[in-house]
Structures are given as structure tokens and as C-alpha cells.
Design a binder for this molecule. Structure first.
Ligand SMILES: *[C@@H]1O[C@H](CO)[C@@H](O)[C@H](O)[C@H]1NC(C)=O
Ligand SMILES: *[C@@H]1O[C@H](CO)[C@@H](O)[C@H](O)[C@H]1NC(C)=O
Length: 427
């Protein structure tokens, strides 16, 4: 606890004053803007979280979980924001864009600045893509994205956040998304299929829930899926997934219409396919349709209630609910997602062969992208709906820095070679 707090304080020095003014218990309910229609929630640098909107105007709301205050930091027309994943190495927030166009967004500044919009390849699909959830795996230099209506995953190189490659590197740097068909035990059925996605660092495997059947799969980067037997399953209406920050054997599975979060415990965190059981359900009498969950530095869970089927979604009030940690523990180890950009920089650099883009990202993570001060700046500014977001000065600097680092870190051929090697091995 002491160490976690010290670490948190160091990592967010500039915001400490703000966070401590809200000393005492953090709010257990956080109100979102009226009509927001939230679906995804993700933890940014503590104590900040981002929530995305299904309303179609590309809104992202970022809030301070310690004080409960927040602001809409982004919007763009004709865009849904569904599942999100945050890369603490680079400060890039990855977004699954839902049904509109089958795209993935990369943003910085806690969602305030659009770095890139990435289209995914849809050849081989039987229906228009619905990109539902994303998980960034910095060590693999890749983001995996689920499609709820086609039997495929999309794999986006993290380097795609830099935008189109600079001249000369164009032919070599992998920035294009790939479509990876789901195979093995995966059987595509009628209805909503692949939904929440997570990555087990212990098992080095992706995990996907198939909503309609409630089956849980361990999935390789090449799309090969293996069923995970779950006692107390199936996990029908499975939506957002989240591995506990402290206990790698615990996976939270949000079951939206059943209004529970299943606490799923694996027999062996390193071999997910040995099986798991539903240890207990987390419930809350106020939830209508909880969809996704994120975890705060103290281990507590923040669940967003989407209220699917609300009579008048544009006028409905939406909330995020905090529940105490299921594992009952504070992060003693200093969860890398919570604490320590320096840790990551060190770790990634010593594992230099694993995905050049993550090395690049780690190198710039210091203060370029994810300075704690951003939230002060952004909170002062609330955009009107549909107002096109300005591309701030920082994004230009970030892009330029990323490009320069890409160029000096390796020859173009080396970049390509490492990317090809890193991803299929599912580091
Ligand atoms: C929204 O995006 C989709 C997919 O790109 C496109 O087909 C549609 O025309 C767009 N709608 C508007 C109003 O721009
Ligand atoms: C969890 O909730 C589901 C859905 O309501 C229920 O079927 C299951 O029995 C519950 N499991 C436990 C361990 O309480």
C-alpha cells in the first residue's frame, strides 16, 4: 500500500494536488453526461479513466476516479467508440470502432488527440464488420480487435499509431492491419459472437469470450482458438473481460444482460486451457446492462452501465459504479499498468527483439505523450458536440518523435523482420 501510493504519487506528481484535494473515499458512483450511451471503460494513468460512447458522434469522456470530475475530451462525426485498451508504455489509447466502417482509432492525451484512424481489411467477411473490443499487447507490438459478426480477429501493429509511414519506410514498416480468421475450436454461430478480449501475460495468450454461446477461448495470434472449460459456465452474454491487476489467475467476465460480473478463477494462470471455474458473481442492484469493467490502483472495479434498451437513450442518465476489489488486495508489486513508465522502458529495452514499435514507444514514453499535466489542460476545454477536435501541437511533436525514433532505431528491413517474428510467436 505504502509503496503503491509512493509510486502513484511519483508517476502523477503534477496531478497529486488535484487528487489529494479529493482526499477520503473516492465516489462510488460517477455520473456521465446525459445521453452519453457508454459501452467501454478503460484505466488510463491513475487516477484517470476513459469511457466511450455508442451514440455515433465519437465521444470520449475522461474522468478522475478520485474526485469524480471529468470532461468530454474528444468527438468526431459518424464514429462509434466501443471497446478500448490503453498502452501505458506509449500513452496510446486504442479504440474498436464498432459498426461504422470497421475502423480502429489510436489516440493520445487520454483520448483527446486523434493520432490515426486505421481501416481493417474485410476481405473474407460474410457481413459488415462490428469491431467490438480491443486489447493492446505492447510486448507483441500489436493490438488484437474482435469482430462480433465475422469469424476473424484483426491485428493492428502499434506502429500504426504513427500514421502512414514516412517516405522511404513506406514499403517496410508494418502499419497495416491484418485479418486473422478464427480457427481450431472456434465455431461461428448465429448472433453476437466474439466480444470481449484480454491478454494473459502469464499464459502469453489472448482470451476471447463468445457472447452467444458463453464459451471462453484461448486464442493465438494466428487465430487458433482452444476452448477453456469453465465450471459454473457457460458465460452467456459475456461482454468485457479483464484480468485482475494483482492475481493473474482471476478474470472478470461482465455478463451484460444477466447483470453480473463473473469472477472466473483459472486452475493454472500459465495454462489457461486446464480450465477455470466461476468463483462468485459480483452484483449491484443499480446495474441495468453492465458491459465493461476497469480496475483502479487500489484494486476496486469501475463498471460502466450501458442500459441497453433504455426508453430514450438520448435523455437517459448514465453512470459508472465502483465496487471493492474482488481479490481483496492492494497492488503490492506495483502493477505495470498502474505504476512506472520507467519500469516499462527498462523492461522493454532489455527485451529489445520483441517488437520494435514497443521499443520505440517505450523510448518516447517518458514525458512526450503521457505527461500527467494533460488532464488539467483538457479539463479546461469542453467541446461542443460535433465540433471537430483540433489536432493539437503535441500530436505533431509526438508523430515527429515517433517517426524519428522509428528511423534511427533500426533499418527498415529490420523493423519488418522483427514485426514478422514477434507477432506469430505470441510473445
Ligand atoms: C459513415 O461512415 C460509413 C462508413 O464509412 C459511410 O458508409 C457513411 O456514409 C457515413 N455516414 C455519414 C453520414 O457520413
Ligand atoms: C452467477 O450468475 C449467473 C447468472 O445469474 C448464475 O447462473 C450463476 O449460478 C451464478 N454463479 C454463482 C457462483 O453465483
Amino acid at each position: 500500500m505504502v509503496r503503491a501510493l509512493a509510486c502513484l504519487a511519483a508517476a502523477t506528481a503534477a496531478v497529486t494536488a488535484l487528487a489529494t484535494t479529493a482526499a477520503g473515499a473516492p465516489p462510488s458512483i460517477i455520473r456521465l453526461p446525459r445521453g452519453f450511451r457508454p459501452e467501454g471503460i478503460v484505466a488510463l494513468t491513475p487516477p484517470y479513466f476513459a469511457v466511450g460512447s455508442l451514440a455515433g458522434d465519437g465521444r470520449i469522456y475522461t474522468f478522475n476516479a478520485a474526485s469524480g470530475t471529468g470532461a468530454e475530451v474528444f468527438n468526431t462525426p459518424n464514429q462509434t467508440i466501443v471497446g478500448m485498451s490503453y498502452d501505458p508504455f506509449s500513452g496510446v489509447l486504442w479504440v474498436a470502432g464498432g459498426p461504422v466502417g470497421g475502423n480502429v482509432l489510436a489516440l493520445s492525451d487520454g483520448g483527446a488527440t486523434l493520432l490515426a484512424t486505421i481501416d481493417v481489411p474485410t476481405d473474407g467477411n460474410t457481413a459488415p464488420a462490428f469491431l467490438n473490443d480491443a486489447i493492446v499487447v505492447p510486448r507483441a507490438g500489436a493490438v488484437a480487435v474482435t469482430d462480433s459478426v465475422n469469424a476473424a480477429l484483426y491485428v493492428v501493429p502499434t506502429a500504426a499509431a504513427c500514421g502512414p509511414p514516412a517516405r522511404g519506410l513506406a514499403a517496410a514498416v508494418a502499419t497495416r492491419a491484418r485479418r486473422v480468421p478464427l480457427t481450431g475450436d472456434w465455431v461461428q454461430v448465429e448472433g453476437f459472437n466474439a466480444n470481449g478480449i484480454e491478454y494473459s501475460r502469464r499464459a502469453r495468450s489472448l482470451v476471447v469470450v463468445q457472447s452467444v454461446t458463453g464459451l471462453l477461448f484461448a486464442v493465438d495470434w494466428d487465430g487458433a482458438a482452444k476452448t477453456i472449460p469453465v465450471k459454473g459456465g457457460p458465460l452467456t452474454f459475456g461482454d468485457g473481460l479483464l484480468f485482475d491487476a494483482v492475481d493473474p489467475a482471476v478474470l472478470y467476465v461482465v455478463r451484460n444482460r444477466l447483470q453480473v460480473i463473473a469472477v472466473v478463477r483459472f486452475e493454472d494462470a500459465a495454462t489457461l486451457t486446464d480450465g477455470a471455474r466461476v468463483e462468485r458473481n459480483i452484483t449491484n442492484a443499480d446495474w441495468a446492462t453492465p458491459t465493461t469493467v476497469a480496475q483502479a490502483a487500489d484494486g476496486s472495479l469501475l463498471t460502466v452501465d450501458s442500459q441497453f434498451g433504455a426508453a430514450d437513450p438520448a435523455e437517459a442518465d448514465y453512470f459508472v459504479y465502483r465496487t471493492p476489489a474482488a481479490t481483496g488486495g492492494e497492488s503490492k508489486k506495483g502493477d505495470p499498468r498502474v505504476c512506472g513508465r520507467r519500469r516499462h522502458g527498462w523492461r522493454v529495452r532489455t527485451r529489445g527483439s520483441q517488437g520494435v514499435s514497443s521499443v520505440v514507444a517505450a523510448s518516447i514514453s517518458a514525458d512526450a505523450v503521457n505527461t500527467p499535466g494533460w488532464c488539467h489542460r483538457r479539463q479546461a476545454r469542453v467541446w461542443e458536440p460535433h465540433e471537430a477536435p483540433e489536432v493539437g501541437e503535441s500530436s505533431g511533436v509526438v508523430r515527429l518523435t515517433l517517426r524519428i525514433l522509428l528511423m534511427v532505431s533500426s533499418t527498415a528491413r529490420e523493423v519488418k523482420r522483427r514485426w514478422e517474428r514477434a507477432v506469430p510467436k505470441a510473445v
